[in-house]
Design a protein around this ligand. Structure first.
Ligand SMILES: CC(C)(COP(=O)(O)OP(=O)(O)OC[C@H]1O[C@@H](n2cnc3c(N)ncnc32)[C@H](O)[C@@H]1OP(=O)(O)O)[C@@H](O)C(=O)NCCC(=O)NCCS
Length: 167
């Protein structure tokens, strides 16, 4: 398994992976496949390799296939540019439990650490998502709050656990 930064050329397969993710793990994400399916290719390119550098993504590859991904978002706003936000974490069902998730978080954290001025990484997890919560805890993230009734999912209204990691 290889983890590397995604480029604009990866946008079509990243789009296919994430449209599957929004359907297959609907409770885990705040976007639906229907919403995202309408986004133009330029949106997907900005999501994984924003020309301004404010959004970068990493992919996990197995036998040349994209089997997982994560995105790190930065901001140029002077008062909040010390914070990075991790979104869109997904590993294909058939590749789980083999370390891809941890390798992706590690690559995302390396990107945050090497970006000048970034001091904190944040993320949110839907309540009850034990695999993701354990993964983030194993990478050092700690919970700092819970947003009640944060999202409407196919299985009802769910809270979001907010986590952070100082770097
Ligand atoms: C969460 C997810 C990304 C984990 O990916 P993965 O490749 O299976 O994770 P890894 O194999 O790297 O496991 C890393 C750690 O995560 C935790 N973990 C992973 N799967 C787990 C499970 N089923 N139950 C409990 N803990 C689990 C463990 O702490 C594990 O470390 P360990 O193997 O040393 O115990 C994957 O299950 C997934 O894509 N889920 C659906 C989408 C999702 O929930 N995304 C997160 C949105 S916030």
């Amino acid at each position: 398994m290889l983890v590397s930064a995604l480029t604009a050329q990866d946008a079509p397969r990243y789009r296919a992976l994430m449209l599957h993710a929004y359907e297959a793990a609907a409770d885990a994400f705040t976007s639906t496949a229907e919403e995202r399916a309408t986004e133009p290719e330029s949106w997907w390119v900005r999501r994984i390799a924003d020309p301004s550098g404010l959004s970068v993504a990493f992919g996990a590859f197995e036998g040349g296939e994209l089997i997982g991904a994560v995105t790190v978002e930065f901001t140029a706003k002077p008062k909040t540019k010390h914070k990075a936000h991790l979104v869109g974490m997904f590993v294909c069902e058939s590749a789980r439990g083999l370390g891809a998730g941890k390798a992706l978080v590690s690559a995302a954290l390396d990107a945050a650490r090497t970006r000048a001025g970034v001091r904190v990484v944040t993320l949110t997890v839907t309540e009850g998502n034990a695999p993701a919560t354990r993964l983030y805890e194993s990478c050092g993230f700690k919970t700092f709050g819970v947003e009640p009734m944060a999202i409407v999912t196919p299985s009802g209204m769910k809270s979001k656990i907010h986590m952070w990691l100082p770097i």
